[in-house]
Ligand binder design. Sequence first.
Ligand code: CP
Length: 294
Amino acid sequence: HKHLLGLKGMDGKEISDILDRAAYWEQHPTKVTNVLGGKFVANMFFENSTRTRFSFEVAEKRLGVQVLNFAAAASSVQKGESIYDTVRTLESMGIDAGVIRLKPNGVLQELAERIQVPLINAGDGNNEHPTQALLDLYTMRKHFGELKGLHVAIIGDIQHSRVARSNLWALQAVGAKVSFCAPDMMKAPELEAHAPYVTMDEALKADVVMMLRVQLERHDNALFTSADEYRAQYGLTVERLGQMPPHAIIMHPAPVNRNVEIDDELVEHDRSKIFTQMSNGVPIRMAVIERALS
Ligand code: CP
């Protein structure tokens, strides 16, 4: 069945097919259809979310799906029930698919082997966030016309970033080039074999400058001396925008730490795609839900 656990190993054709189907939905902005009428999908978020959770819900409702929203904080998880027993419970009630976000790494694969209904990864630990990368590729393809040959620099907290990993696998599958830029303590050593780490000056020459949120909640110790220090060394400042080629665009998966990894003035700048990325999350998730249920 059609789980979507990650983009590692997915070929360029399958990625393009999902983007094409999202383009179809973007061109057919009918608020609500009945394409998947009668289907039930549970959104199971064991970790907080705004964009992913609500864009899945909008996508499901636009497809005519009956939506069950599960929030761990208001569930029997608080009594110690496991992730497996929770998902198995919803499956036993007859859901047709589950969208799931998890804090730990390595749990989703095992879960998917024991659950019959398709599971869609809405972010698991620092492993993958496939629908985020798909909406990112969709945004880039729409802006530049094609992905092959594009240079994407991903800057910031690579170590904790499932967004960086999913983008790396997907971008390389479609023939784009990826570079990373991060302070030593935010590098992911296991990714060094897949993409080079470059300096900030080098990263700013890319066609796409993708900034990542400094994930304060996942760092044990203070990240640097201060947020100002991080901004000075790795932030996309108004001054650094001047180093980017005129055709280059700014991206960020959000939520944004304004004036830490990106200056306040750049979040809604003409060159920024940050809110466009959020809009594109809806048609991408419509395509992904359809793929899971068809
Ligand atoms: N980009 C993203 O995944 O945002 P949320 O955590 O708000 O879903």
